[in-house]
Design a protein around this ligand. Structure first.
Ligand code: SF4
Length: 112
């Protein structure tokens, strides 16, 4: 049976994504399903502290620091980081990167 995955930090409705973005997101979601089907853990989905990945407001920095550390052992880290750099999400921790990390790493005009 294939796991159903909604990557937790993603707040976008699929209709709000461009065709390429949606395809890339679907590819990442499929990769996460593979990981879960293999019996491995995805920290942002499985951690009791999963809220750290989507923290907002005053305590967000500490929560994001914990989430970045939590991403490190994720079997999908590379896939998630490449996705997040190609299609920077405005919020949440993706691929061990905070929104600020992604803004710093992604220069306008870069191609996905
Ligand atoms: S790298 Fe981090 S944000 Fe991406 S799927 Fe893994 S735990 Fe979640």
């Amino acid at each position: 049976m294939t796991a159903t995955v909604q990557h937790r930090p993603n707040a976008h409705a699929p209709a709000a994504l461009t065709k390429d973005h949606a395809a890339a997101h679907n590819k990442l979601t499929a990769r996460l399903a593979e990981v879960l089907d293999a019996g491995e853990s995805i920290p942002c989905l499985d951690s009791p502290h999963a809220a750290d990945w989507i923290a907002d407001g005053r305590d967000a920095q500490d929560a994001h620091d914990r989430a970045v550390a939590g991403c490190r052992p994720c079997p999908a880290l590379t896939d998630c980081a490449l996705y997040a750099l190609a299609y920077p999400e405005p919020a949440g921790v993706w691929g061990a990167m905070t929104p600020t990390d992604r803004q710093t790493a992604h220069r306008p005009g870069d191609t996905p």
